[in-house]
Design a protein around this ligand. Structure first.
Ligand SMILES: *Cc1c(COP(=O)(O)O)cnc(C)c1O
Length: 391
């Protein structure tokens, strides 16, 4: 997917809030809970929405507005809402769209807490779900019920790095009157733009590549006006607002997102190629590795392969544990999308709440290791992995 026609990298840098009278070059931080009315009449008109402007930072703030506008420009979305975490973006977008008695069709390989929302929280309010297997697209149609309202997707999947054909899935959703919500966290708007393929809503955990430096928790929902308006009413009153400070950080971070993603992707591909040649490794999954079963699809819908590599170490959990304990530089941590490379054992940590059968269904084997490849020199990353594999 050529990116030059829409200049995502330039939008990431040049989308900016109007300057104040100080003529600052870099957007200042508007650390304020509320804003001042000129008069009683002005206050009335603001609340009546007859005039635009900021009232209270739970509703809007110049820093969150800049962050939202920037992601909208990058994702080619109409409007959006900044949220306190990726999970509040998942929860608020779905909860605002769904009514009692509705049904969600979701891909099975969802982020762990997204599973919990569908499995444990929504059923209390009479909202049901079904999971669709990424590798069995022929079954998806039969899982759509009369009360299905939302198709919820995540691609590339975490941690398996399987892909969903967005054009195909969004078309299926349209044919059945479903609203498509895509968690685009792994790809970022620089590498993949689900709205182009017909998605209605795109969400992100800004905690990951958007911040990119492991500092702050946040999220964002963007999409078509008619859905975002319903969600704005929901979030305005339920209050998952993003802090102006974190919005300011994320908007600054986005200025370097394209440069960082290029390096994450080139490091990840080199690590994947190295791992593919190791005797102790059964298989390696990376979307832009020619051996990936969906390599052609990856090339079609993604600009590059992303910053995460998954691989299976021969010898199961014991060998995987040994590998993790023998890493020197690469951190053991639950995050991803950081400047620092991070290794995770999904079966015993992020996906430990799933049953053995559930893990097997999404290919989370005992020997599976996920590396969120950072921005260090690739020679150092490979040397650390090499040493830990051979210890
Ligand atoms: C981390 C993550 C989330 C949750 O985001 P938080 O910011 O941790 O709340 C949701 N989806 C995906 C794919 C993620 O990786």
């Amino acid at each position: 997917m050529a990116d030059s026609e829409n200049n995502t990298g330039t939008k990431a840098i040049r989308t900016q809030t109007e300057r104040t009278e100080q003529r600052e070059h870099s957007t200042p931080l508007f650390m304020t809970s509320s804003f001042v009315f000129d008069s009683a009449e002005h206050a009335r008109a603001m609340f009546a929405r007859e005039v635009e402007g900021n009232i209270y930072s739970r509703y809007s703030n110049p820093n969150t507005d800049e962050f939202i506008t920037k992601i909208c420009n990058m994702e080619e979305a109409e409007s959006g809402i900044a949220t306190a975490s990726g999970m509040s973006a998942v929860f608020s977008s779905l909860a605002a769209l769904l009514d009692q008695g509705d049904h969600v069709l979701a891909c099975r390989s969802l982020f762990g807490s997204s599973h919990q929302i569908l499995n444990s929280i929504f059923p209390r309010w009479g909202i049901s779900y079904s999971y669709a297997d990424i590798d069995k697209p022929e079954n998806w149609k039969s899982l759509i019920q009369d009360n299905t309202r939302v198709l919820f997707l995540e691609t590339p999947s975490n941690p398996g790095l399987d892909l969903i054909d967005l054009e195909w899935a969004c078309k299926l959703a349209k044919e059945h009157g479903l609203i498509t919500v895509v968690d685009n966290c792994f790809a970022t708007p620089y590498l993949q733009k689900p709205m182009k393929y017909g998605a209605d809503i795109v969400i992100h955990s800004a905690t990951k590549f958007i911040d990119g430096q492991g500092r702050a928790i946040g999220g964002i929902i963007v999409g078509k006006d008619r859905y975002i308006e319903e969600m704005q009413m929901f979030t305005r009153h339920t209050g998952p607002a993003l802090s102006p400070f974190n919005a300011w950080l994320f908007s600054k971070s986005l200025e370097t997102l394209p440069a960082r993603m290029d390096r994450h992707c080139s490091n990840a591909l080199k690590l994947a190629e190295f791992l593919e040649n190791q005797d102790d490794v059964d298989w390696v999954k990376y979307p832009f590795l020619p051996s990936h079963p969906q390599y052609e699809l990856a090339k079609k819908q993604m600009k590059d392969g992303g910053g995460v590599v998954a691989f299976n170490i021969k010898g199961g959990y014991e060998r995987a544990k040994n590998f993790l304990d023998n890493l020197s530089m690469i951190s053991l941590s639950a995050n991803l999308g950081d400047t620092r490379s991070i290794a995770t054992h999904p079966a015993s940590t992020t996906h430990s709440k799933l049953t053995d059968e559930e893990r097997a269904a999404v290919n989370i084997t005992p020997g599976l290791v996920r590396i969120a490849v950072g921005l260090e020199e690739i020679e150092d990353i490979i040397a650390d992995v090499d040493k830990a594999l051979s210890t």
